[in-house]
Write a protein that binds this ligand. Structure first.
Ligand code: IYR
Length: 328
């Protein structure tokens, strides 16, 4: 796979393609980052952007993980002390998941976000940003009802992080896209370049395939899950024999979360995927790419129950090192 294909594989959106191509042409020394509000336990959404960071490391990028303690505080996630403690636990789980410690720079937001120059730049960008734009940027990120002033400051700080961490590429799930668009539009007003961004897909709710999987509602998978928890959750997942399920009777769009997890979590991390089956049901199936597995599910060659069994095993393998860290 060439560098551009590796850097952009499984991305939902690249802003812009030309800018990412320029980075891919000479990735050595280029810096990419993802920011996370610290939470005690990694869930499958964190793992998805982490997969992209692992791709970027393989392509030669330097990777920065921002443990966004001030952002979590502004979003009502607890006291500063609680959030900082959580950040340490989160870092250990990222390393257990596969981010190479010697190649990853972990930064706590409060290390630089309280500096005078940062705060003055923050106020300069505040002058250029309407409240309604900040509110729209936060729609998919904010917690709780209503929007606080703190939550309006949040996306502006996120934009400034790109400048202060000196990164060439900002990564986030699709829910971060409006914050990044705000950054592209407003950073030039303080003499900075519009940042290059890339967004990873959101996985649908495991049980229904509707909407996005969330840690606050529905079924999610996290590093805290036992092997049995993962088996139960995956066995209960929505998995029709197609990658493109019909909408519900109410017209809600649906995805196949089992296939999504194979595509975005399993194939990027394993060279081959073996679906074990007894000889009497045709014996094992062996895949080295996602597309063939999808085609087999659609044709009926691969039964959803067998696909789920294999998915639970591979997810368990991905989660095990983090689970062991949490238990320490
Ligand atoms: N908004 C992110 C957290 C975050 C991301 C970045 I990139 C930052 O520079 C700061 C915070 C979230 O929703 O978790």
């Amino acid at each position: 796979m060439d560098a551009y294909d590796l850097i952009t594989r499984n991305a939902s959106e690249v802003v812009t393609e030309d800018e990412v191509r320029a980075l891919a042409d000479d990735p050595e020394g280029k810096r990419a980052y993802v920011g996370y509000e610290p939470s005690g336990v990694l869930h499958i959404g964190h793992m998805l952007t982490a997969n992209k960071l692992i791709d970027l490391q393989a392509a030669g990028f330097e990777v920065v993980v921002l443990l966004a303690d001030v952002h979590a505080y502004l979003n009502g996630k607890g006291t500063f002390e609680e959030i900082r403690e959580t950040a340490e636990r989160m870092k250990a789980q990222f390393i257990a998941y596969g981010l190479d410690e010697s190649q990853t720079e972990f930064v706590l937001g409060s290390e630089y976000q309280l500096d005078e120059s940062y705060v003055l730049d923050l106020h300069a960008v505040e002058l250029e940003t309407t409240l309604s734009r900040a509110e729209r940027a936060m729609a998919e990120i904010k917690s709780g009802d209503g929007v606080t002033v703190a939550q309006a400051v949040y996306p502006i700080m996120q934009a400034l992080d790109i400048v202060y961490l000196d990164v060439d590429l900002a990564i986030g799930g699709m829910e971060q896209r409006k914050v990044h668009m705000l950054a592209r539009d407003t950073l030039p007003s303080i003499g900075e370049e519009s940042p290059t961004c890339m967004h990873t897909p959101l996985i649908a709710d495991l049980g229904t395939g509707i909407g996005k999987m969330s840690s606050s509602e529905g079924v999610t998978i996290s590093m805290e899950d036992s092997t049995e928890d993962i088996e139960d959750k995956v066995n209960g997942a929505f998995c029709p024999p197609t990658a493109d399920p019909e909408p519900t009777d109410e017209g809600e769009e649906r995805e196949n979360p089992v296939l999504q997890i194979f595509e975005y979590h399993v194939f990027p991390r394993f060279e081959r995927v073996v679906v074990e089956r007894p000889e009497q049901y045709g014996g094992n199936l062996d895949y080295d790419d996602y597309e063939t597995l999808e085609a087999d599910l659609e044709s009926g060659e691969l039964h959803p129950a067998d696909a789920k069994g294999a998915l639970a095993d591979y997810l368990d393998e991905l989660i095990e090192p983090g689970r062991a860290k949490i238990a320490e």
